[in-house]
Design a protein around this ligand. Structure first.
Ligand SMILES: C[S@@+](CC[C@H](N)C(=O)[O-])C[C@H]1O[C@@H](n2cnc3c(N)ncnc32)[C@H](O)[C@@H]1O
Length: 239
């Protein structure tokens, strides 16, 4: 057993925004649980019927086990050492959270568990990177992004997606995946898109000034910037 001091189970705004989207009475599987704060906090609030905390690595899983022990929750959590959803059967959970990982890792985890597209599971996804690529993958594989939640911690924005399978498959070009209808409906979308516009526009300027950037890449980036700009105009008109 590793030596750790008792950790407070107060959630950061990002984890709180995810916790707020977990249905009351959920059977939750938290993938890449690390410290386990999300399932443990939800258990302390009597929000879960049962909880699985799963991680690829022993160290983070031990951290979650220690936290569960400190808070008297050991008997209420099933710990799994596994990659993605490999250690979990479809009927063990109805809600799956995958947070704090790259978009490509989240897509790989879902691809290896095609049962997540059955429409019977609520997926709460919080990608750190490759958001357009993950939206593109989800739409192409029959998942619907029902809600996007904008969360700000300091200068950094995070998006939390509520996703369900069982939708029609849609192939979209990557440039069109920089946003979604659900994002445009989200409180805080304007501030998020303004920050995204500034970042993508900087990237476009860098490409235009660069010596070796491919013309097709510049054109694709210009489309991304225009897509965000049009979305901002639309949101401004609604004010
Ligand atoms: C940055 S932490 C995020 C912890 C927590 N989910 C959060 O959002 O605060 C990422 C965790 O995901 C785990 N992880 C990375 N790839 C994984 C995979 N393929 N399957 C399961 N866990 C994975 C890592 O071991 C690490 O504990």
């Amino acid at each position: 057993m590793t030596e750790r001091t008792k950790e407070n189970l107060t959630l950061t705004p990002r984890l709180q925004a995810i916790a707020d989207r977990v249905p009351q009475g959920a059977r939750l599987a938290d993938i890449g649980t690390d410290h386990g704060h999300l399932p443990l906090w939800l258990l302390t609030q009597n929000r879960l019927t049962c909880a699985i905390a799963s991680d690829l690595r022993e160290g983070p899983l031990d951290h979650a086990r220690d936290n569960a022990r400190f808070h008297g929750l050991t008997d209420r959590v099933s710990f799994r050492l596994a990659s993605g959803l490999e250690g979990i059967a479809p009927d063990e959970c109805d809600t799956i959270s995958i947070a704090g990982m790259g978009g490509e890792t989240i897509a790989a985890i879902l691809e290896a568990a095609p049962w997540t597209a059955d429409g019977k599971h609520t997926l709460l996804l919080q990608p750190m990177t490759m958001l357009s690529q993950l939206r593109q993958w989800l739409w192409a594989h029959g998942y619907c992004i029902q809600e996007e939640t904008v969360c700000q911690e300091g200068h950094r924005y995070y998006l939390i997606w509520t996703v369900c399978g069982g939708a029609e498959r849609q192939d979209k070009p990557l440039e069109a995946c920089v946003l979604s209808d659900a994002l445009l409906r989200a409180p805080g979308a304007m501030a998020y898109l303004q920050a995204l516009y500034a970042r993508e526009n900087r990237a476009l300027s860098g490409m235009e000034q660069g010596q070796n950037t491919d013309a097709a890449m510049i054109e694709a980036q210009r489309t991304v910037v225009q897509t965000i700009s049009r979305a901002l105009e639309g949101l401004t008109c609604q004010l």
